[in-house]
Design a protein around this ligand. Sequence first.
Ligand code: PDD
Length: 276
Amino acid sequence: MIFFNGNYVEQAHAEITDRGYQFGDGIYEVVRVYNGQLYTAQEHFERLLRSAAEIQMDAKYSVEEYIEICRQLIEKNQIEMGNIYIQVTRGVAPRNHPFPIPSVEPTILLYAYASARPEKGLKEGVKTITAEDIRWLRCDIKSLNLLGNVLNKQKAVEHGATEAIQIRDGIVTEGASSNVFAIKDGTVYTHPANHLILNGITRLEIKKVCASLNIPFVEEAFESSFLFECDEVFISSTSLEVTPVIQIDDTMISNGTPGKVTQAIQDGFVANIGIQ
Ligand code: PDD
């Protein structure tokens, strides 16, 4: 069962003139489900409403209403371990760049699906590549326009890697679908939450874990060369959680095994989600 424009239905189809389909004029979120329970849903829906406001779009429902729809989807689809995908577009209107006048109802889609934790990568770490960040300058909006991300992720896959670490003007911004962290002498460094990155919900949870473990967490831009001089690197996202990076391009990171500080942060993160 999926939720589409106010109804729980078995199937739905996009209209060809949906602005999400024709312009990428919409936003999305991915929320994790652990043990049949939503994880950090409040934060995800606050970010969804922020993304909507930033593109002057009405996402129609409140945070509480979105959370209730998610609960219904978990129950109707019997999801134990999985994700909920949420997408809101500006709606259906004849193709014309400016917003439709009069305005139309947004197209609202939510669906839940089972998805296991990426156990192997979490335990053994993953390989990554570096790639030029060619995206637009409002990466803080979780927009449906993901072409820059898609092209870099594809490049990663073609190199047998899990993620592409994106670099803009020599500075590490974030992964194609994750945030990036470097650790040097026990301090965690990551790009500040401005227009050049998505302020990941997992990133914010990691910040809290670091505070509780007395690990300094510094939100400062760093150059790509630092990736190869630091002690450890990890990436984070709703699905990747805290995933150690053991290789970047042809260089091994922390001798090709997950680093100690990364593991401590990973343990703290997992303890907070209450699994295992
Ligand atoms: N991606 N940066 C980018 C560009 C992302 O696409 C994501 C998430 C993140 C991490 O955000 P969070 O911790 O809130 O998931 C950072 C999602 C999972 C996706 O597109 O599937």
